[in-house]
Design a protein around this ligand. Sequence first.
Ligand SMILES: NC(=O)C1=CN([C@@H]2O[C@H](COP(=O)(O)OP(=O)(O)OC[C@H]3O[C@@H](n4cnc5c(N)ncnc54)[C@H](OP(=O)(O)O)[C@@H]3O)[C@@H](O)[C@H]2O)C=CC1
Ligand SMILES: O=C(O)CCC(=O)C(=O)O
Length: 487
Amino acid sequence: MAVQTEKSNRFLNFINGEWVASDTNEVITNRNPANTDDVVGQVQKSSLEDLNNAVAAAKTAKKEWKNLSGAARGQYLFKAADILESRQEEVAECMTREMGKTYPEAKGETARGVAILRYYAGEGMRKVGDVIPSSDSEALMFTTRAPLGVVGVITPWNFPVAIPVWKTAPALIYGNTIVLKPASEAAVTCGKVMECLQEAGIPAGVINMVTGPGSVIGQGLAEHPDVNGITFTGSNKVGKNIGQTALARGAKYQLEMGGKNPVIVASDADLDLAVDATISGGLKSTGQKCTATSRVIVQSDVYETFKEKLVAKVKEISVGDGMKEGTWMGPSVSETQLNTVLSYIEKGKEEGTLLCGGEKLSGEEYEKGYFVAPTVFDDITTDATIAQEEIFGPVLALMKVDDLEEAIELANDVEYGLSASIFTTNIQKMLSFIDDMDAGLVRINAESAGVELQAPFGGMKQSSSHSREQGEAAKEFFTSIKTVFVK
Ligand SMILES: NC(=O)C1=CN([C@@H]2O[C@H](COP(=O)(O)OP(=O)(O)OC[C@H]3O[C@@H](n4cnc5c(N)ncnc54)[C@H](OP(=O)(O)O)[C@@H]3O)[C@@H](O)[C@H]2O)C=CC1
Ligand SMILES: O=C(O)CCC(=O)C(=O)O
């Protein structure tokens, strides 16, 4: 057994209450996407053997954890929240250095992690079932909920604190034990979250973290016969494979995947508000959110004015190292992600008219990072690749329509259905949009990104496995209903 160096950025696996080195003796080294000379930290490149140990620990711990009261489990989460809060700046700095989002955004995300922990800590004291009148007047019938058992948690790099927390906290409060496999690209930051849970004193085996390649550790979790449920956020390709693997062995699964989120700007919209929200929704976090705006559908009578205002503001965006004061947008998370974005930009140049951006940034400030200019395309039609595929980068595609009916038709003309916005001052248009838009999150006069922890989150169509996370909805995944009849 090795010892985790206190507050270092070199993480071992966390298994059965101890920090242990992988039996591979190999590590993954993460570098700053804003400056690749900056080594942020290291995590273990684990093997299936490590994973098996973690699952075994979680399996052994599940009975005792489940038998605690919800209130007692909640106390651990309250404590973890306080610890994470006290480490907010350190965790946020690590996040910015590891995956590139700006420091204010990273601080905001860490604060959100704290709030999620507190929300679910309180959930331990709330009701878990209903009394249902039995047809037998002498019987008592009610529902209660049972945890799934061991839950595998597979998370992406774009929200390295919020997503692991919004999956882990409800899993724990409803009595499950977990094995977390964070995205390799942001695993150091996630290791810090695990440290906070550990410091809160959660009993050995209840929380475990194993880092390493998705194809080994992620797939291993999906296949493991002792993992009773899998919760995943990431790409559609990987998500669907995880879902099929879990289904084949009868495990419960929940998938949150891509988006191709539209904003509709109606002729009666407050255009300045719509411009600001399109920029914030589309380009914050370098467009690396599943809820990011990527299609901007504008009614023809305000199209030119909106376009002019949008492009003028996009050109003002300061791109740079997210730790530098004044930076509005950081780099792409990795060279692979940057190249994906650049290849979509090249495609966009064939499919439409480039209005601004459209290139990898060069110059001293940018030469050691993965920086791309915020990019806007004009004249994009719905069949264009950049109007159909998730880019996960700072790229907006403008599309012109004559009326709201055509706008909603276009907005729905993709395989995804995660989030959608409309800007309008007309109540009838709002109601039509709410009714006809096929998306799990429908937002009026607000940007497409922006998820509230107390409300259900998830998509329609190919964006999710039709389940919902967060808020009370989390209970549906992390528990099974038990109907009880007593006489
Ligand atoms: N919906 C969302 O929020 C997100 C969507 N994406 C989309 O996905 C694209 C690619 O990003 P990427 O990070 O590669 O996303 P992935 O779907 O590959 O990664 C998400 C998580 O799944 C793991 N994983 C990878 N391969 C497997 C596998 N075969 N079995 C089980 N788990 C696996 C990853 O591990 P590891 O990191 O070790 O590979 C990571 O923990 C982005 O461009 C974007 O379009 C990406 C992130 C979040
Ligand atoms: O918009 C948000 O805050 C969350 C988005 C999200 O879940 C994601 O990008 O994976």
